[in-house]
Design a protein around this ligand. Structure first.
Ligand code: K7E
Ligand code: CUA
Length: 656
């Protein structure tokens, strides 16, 4: 589990030995000194320090050697998720989530289209991108179980479910109540719920109301999406929402251990500024930064769940919502002051503390769950906000504050008593002690760190060997590739007495926000599908084709093609239809060998599929363009790959 510490211990003498030339070794001395001479020369020629070489050795994976950890990182505007190996920081996969992805044949006529269509906020309007912020792994007893990944789309208020048994997106759930989300997709410790909280307030249910009615009509929302682990799906009908004031909620985290049953959400515009620069108002950025304190929102979700069951919710756009006239008096929702326009809220591994990153305040504030719980249960409040919600006294809710520096954002933990906070403006990682709330070390990063992640960091038992700084800027780190620069992930070793910067990884596909890192051996994905599997149901498809039973059936204008793919042909390889016919292609990969993938495309028809071994796909399209259309395999699957083709013949109307 802690190989890195073992490696560090072993490595330094090893390296010293190598660098010293090993002259005194009695046996094997010649080989060793030859090796060290070579190493010294390489170091000199490349201008590498001893620390560089150590970092290289700690992260290098020779061919065939696998990584210890896997990161699931937000792909930002790409709408996808990046899968990265640690410590090598090699990109392993880009999982198609909200955005059509050609290599995986996702969104080009096949079954993946249904998943994408299910995620449309307005029927008929195809959303083709997302602003992915926070991937979160499913948990059992507060530990990652390696089964599912949940991802939110800030721009279109959606949550997606990725099944890690084949790394495929199975479901996208549009939130019908809000316009944008941010605090999500966090899970409760047994993945009972996937939590999605709104960002920019708007009338719930997305009705129109003028900005002059912001206080009265605009709202925030915490959505509790019920997750069924056996089905692997969110159950919208068993889910519920909790109405929030229009305070621009930001990040959220679920309690664990003693605080299991609670969710914590912070906010940054309790001023309720709505801009209006041309109308003579201050811009939102300054309007929203007037108050010294905003509000940490505390939701007792287990109690909320009971109130929903007891029929206390109101139905808005088909969703059960607990409104503030219920949640305030029932002690389900309380507010606590928090300084000042904070950003991250992160529950400690033991579930006792909640750390809020000050952003415009130089501290992290450490709230004590036991204090909050006692105040909530006793109904102790220093007052009420404009919506009748109790405001708990700040000083009585906290354990203390840590002076961090300029722009503290997010905090992760090592499970050994230390917290690591990303400090945006100072561009450092600050390591501090949870016990005495003092910074013990800072490490500069390059540059302007946003999120930070740790190995098994959101669990009840972080591994304490790696953190990754997710930097917003790379400035001078990589080759100049034009004015849109890559982001920069920096791997940091935290198993020694001091933090060590080990590796940089440019990210050139979007702006990642958050990521999680899981032990690689917890992931147990399939190597091949059982033959005829529809990946979106995980069942044998009703149209699955058995080799030898390939055929073409015509029913009026509908032409059903039952096809198989195996090295190196499609059967049938000729499809003859009339212009205007509807073609239903049922295509099964008859392969069962590992990593034997075929692709399938029909030129000019925008049909493009990926056929992993055993996978089944259904495509329906109207043959509305006459011509002789090659259809071919797009993966170099064998020496006869180029020959793996056929024709779709579309006879023009009226032709003989
Ligand atoms: Cu970019 Cu978590 Cu959306 Cu901070 S958020 S950086
Ligand atoms: Cu099958 Cu190329």
């Amino acid at each position: 589990m802690n190989h890195p510490s073992i490696r560090t211990v072993l490595l330094s003498p090893l390296l010293a030995l190598a660098l010293a030339g090993c002259g005194k070794q009695s046996d094997g001395g010649t080989a060793a000194s030859n090796g060290s001479q070579g190493l010294k020369q390489i170091m000199q020629a490349r201008g590498l320090s001893e620390a560089d070489v150590e970092a290289a050795l700690l992260t290098y994976r020779p061919t065939g050697k696998k990584d210890d950890y896997v990161i699931f990182a937000s792909g930002g505007q790409s709408g996808q998720v990046l899968v990265i190996g640690v410590p090598s920081m090699r990109l392993l996969k880009v999982v198609a989530v909200f955005t059509p992805e050609p290599w995986q044949g996702y969104g080009y006529g096949g079954l993946g289209n249904k998943v994408l269509e299910g995620g449309n906020q307005h029927p008929g309007t195809q959303l083709t991108w997302a602003d992915v912020h926070h991937p979160n792994l499913s948990e059992a007893n507060g530990e990652y179980d390696g089964r599912f990944l949940f991802v939110n789309d800030k721009a279109n208020a959606r949550v997606a479910v990725v099944d890690l048994h084949d790394f495929t997106t199975k479901q996208i759930v549009p939130n019908p109540l809000v316009m944008s989300d941010h605090g999500g997709a966090f899970v409760t410790p047994n993945t009972e719920y996937v939590v999605e909280t709104s960002q920019y307030p708007a009338p719930l249910g997305r009705e129109y109301a003028p900005l002059s009615e912001y206080k009265e009509k605009y709202r925030g929302l915490a959505m509790f999406w019920k997750f069924d682990k056996e089905k692997g799906r969110i159950l919208p009908e068993a889910s519920f929402g909790v109405e929030l004031p229009p305070y621009t909620q930001d990040l959220a985290d679920a309690g664990k251990g003693p605080s299991d049953g609670y969710v914590f959400i912070n906010s940054f515009n309790t001023e309720m500024a709505t801009g209006g620069i041309l109308e003579g108002n201050p811009p939102i950025e300054s309007g929203a930064s007037q108050n010294d304190m905003d509000f940490l929102h505390v939701i007792h979700w287990k109690k909320a769940e009971e109130l929903v069951k007891a029929g206390r919710a109101k139905t808005i756009k088909g969703v059960k919502v607990l409104t503030m006239d219920v949640t305030g008096p029932e002690k389900v929702l309380a507010l606590i002051p928090e300084p000042k326009s904070p950003h991250g809220v992160d529950v400690t591994p033991d579930g006792e503390d909640i750390v809020v990153g000050g952003k415009l305040d130089t501290h992290t504030t450490v709230y004590s769950f036991q204090k909050i719980k006692a105040l909530m249960e006793a109904g102790t409040a220093e007052g009420k906000d404009g919506y009748g919600l109790p405001i708990l006294p700040f000083q009585d809710s906290i354990r203390g504050q840590t002076e961090i520096g300029l722009g503290p954002l997010h905090t992760v933990y090592d499970g050994k008593g230390f917290a690591y906070t990303s400090v945006f403006i100072e561009s450092v990682v600050a390591k501090w002690s949870l016990k005495d709330l003092k910074v013990v070390e800072t490490l500069p990063v390059h540059y302007n760190i946003g999120h930070i992640l740790a190995a098994e960091g959101d669990t009840v038992s972080p591994d304490g060997n790696y953190v990754v700084a997710m930097n917003k800027m790379s400035i001078d780190r990589f080759a100049n590739i034009g004015p849109l620069y890559p982001q920069n992930f920096q791997l940091i070793g935290i198993d020694g007495p001091q933090m060590k910067l080990l590796a940089d990884m440019p990210i050139g596909i979007g702006e990642p926000h958050y990521a999680q890192m899981i032990k690689a051996d917890k992931l147990k994905p399939l190597k091949v599908y059982p033959m005829g599997t529809n990946p979106y149901t995980n069942q044998k498809d009703e149209f699955a084709v058995t080799p030898g039973k390939e055929r073409i059936e015509r029913k009026g204008k509908d032409v059903h093609v039952y096809m198989t793919a195996i090295r190196s042909h499609f059967t049938p390889d000729r499809i003859e239809v009339e212009e205007g016919d509807r073609v239903h292609l049922h295509l099964t990969s008859a392969e069962q060998a590992e990593d034997q993938v075929h692709g399938f495309t029909i030129d000019m028809y925008n049909v493009n599929l990926s056929l992993e071994p055993g996978k089944h796909e259904n495509v329906t399209f109207v043959a509305d363009k006459p011509g002789a259309f090659p259809m071919y395999c797009t993966e170099f699957c064998s020496a006869l790959h180029l020959e793996m083709m056929g024709y779709l013949m579309v006879k023009p109307k009226g032709a003989k």
